[in-house]
Write a protein that binds this ligand. Structure first.
Ligand SMILES: NC(=O)c1ccc[n+]([C@@H]2O[C@H](COP(=O)([O-])OP(=O)(O)OC[C@H]3O[C@@H](n4cnc5c(N)ncnc54)[C@H](OP(=O)(O)O)[C@@H]3O)[C@@H](O)[C@H]2O)c1
Length: 331
């Protein structure tokens, strides 16, 4: 492939930081066995961080962000893939230390590539993306630790965000009673449409407290906020319940005591999607294409932007201002 193609490139030299669309050629792409013509990518919080100089995500410059991509294999030096295969690739080093999905072509390692599961289009796969995959991983880990619909309500925090929206949708499809905590009163109708039956204000779920234990409320939770919200969840999780700790949009630090652990036997589960083993990764993508597939994925949860719209979309995700998921139409 000799022609040039478009990519969103960030660059930092000394005190100067630039970002914007540039023409690249295949020679600019990093090493990898599989060359993919990218159809769609998406916007995650991490991509927002990759687009600013102080984000501490990008390892070296110049760089093409975008932790998610879906598209068609154009060339493959690995027998597991051949030209014409429909694939997706998320996580690992993509969009962090290896050029990512904001590019009409991407070259990645074959070990990072997942065949597009039957039941998902390129666009749907990116409407899910890393946020959707992480929501699926959180639900999987909660159930592995004993969560069942009859155990009681499950709280999703950062509910209007990408991870939160998809977690609500998956949990409600699986028969759970879902509560949603949000800082956006304007999104109550949206969250109810996804399956939340009870809405909590973010102020309530992020309030500080000196009490080590409070009324037992939640059989489980999916937390993308962290900070004082995670401390709240630890104080209010029911006996033997579990918290899936996924993110830190509300801050990294929290203060707690051992009492919820030694008096209620609660479980704090760390959710890490980037290095999730390939076997489980493929299994969860199969779920996302079938029983976990959100009902209102394209008509309500996701909206589409172009490569030209990226600066605005990336700034929005950093402000916590996006609702649901942002898909990027690449080519
Ligand atoms: N563990 C992993 O492997 C993994 C994978 C993907 C993402 N993550 C992390 O998960 C988090 C969510 O990702 P995302 O893609 O869903 O991001 P997102 O779409 O930007 O959603 C984040 C949501 O958090 C809430 N929020 C924003 N600022 C907040 C604040 N200051 N205090 C409390 N809540 C705030 C908002 O929801 P409301 O307005 O509804 O409250 C916002 O919509 C991020 O920290 C991300 O880095 C982790």
């Amino acid at each position: 492939m000799s022609a040039s193609f478009r990519a969103f490139v960030v660059n930092k030299t000394g005190d100067s930081f630039t970002s914007g669309l540039k023409e690249l050629t295949a020679a600019d792409l990093p090493a990898g066995e599989v060359l993919i013509k990218v159809a769609y990518s998406s916007v995650n919080y991490k991509d927002g961080l990759a687009s600013i100089p102080e984000g501490k995500i990008v390892r070296s410059y110049p760089f093409v962000p975008g932790v998610d991509l879906s598209g068609v294999v154009v060339e493959s030096g690995d027998p597991r893939f051949k030209p014409g295969d429909e694939v997706l690739a998320t996580s690992y080093e993509i969009g962090v230390s290896h050029y990512g999905g904001y590019s009409e072509y991407a070259r990645v390692k074959a070990d990072w590539v997942v065949p597009l599961p039957a039941g998902l289009t390129f666009k749907e796969a990116m409407a899910l993306g890393t946020a959707g995959f992480t929501a699926a991983l959180a639900v999987h880990q909660l159930e592995k630790n004993g969560l069942k619909p009859q155990n009681g309500p499950v709280l999703v925090t950062g509910a209007s965000g990408g991870l939160g929206s998809i977690a609500i949708s998956i949990l409600s499809s699986l028969g759970y009673t879902v509560s949603a905590s949000t800082g956006k009163s304007s999104e109550h109708d949206y969250l109810q449409k996804l399956g939340a039956s009870d809405l909590l204000d973010r102020q309530e779920t992020s309030a500080e407290s000196n009490r080590p234990l409070e009324k037992e409320r939640w059989a489980g939770s999916v937390d993308s906020v962290g900070g004082s919200t995670l401390a709240y969840l630890i104080r209010t999780t029911r006996y033997a319940g579990s918290i899936a700790s996924c993110g830190n949009t509300g801050g990294p630090n929290f203060s707690t005591t051992v009492f919820p652990f030694i008096l209620r036997g609660i479980n704090l589960l760390g959710i890490e999607s980037v290095n999730c083993p390939m076997e489980l990764r493929r299994e969860l993508w199969q779920h996302l294409a079938s029983d976990y597939k959100p009902r209102h994925l394209l008509d309500t949860i996701a909206h589409e932007v172009s490569l030209e719209d990226l600066p605005q979309a990336l700034a929005n995700v950093l402000k916590g201002g996006t609702r649901g998921r942002t898909i990027v139409k690449v080519s």
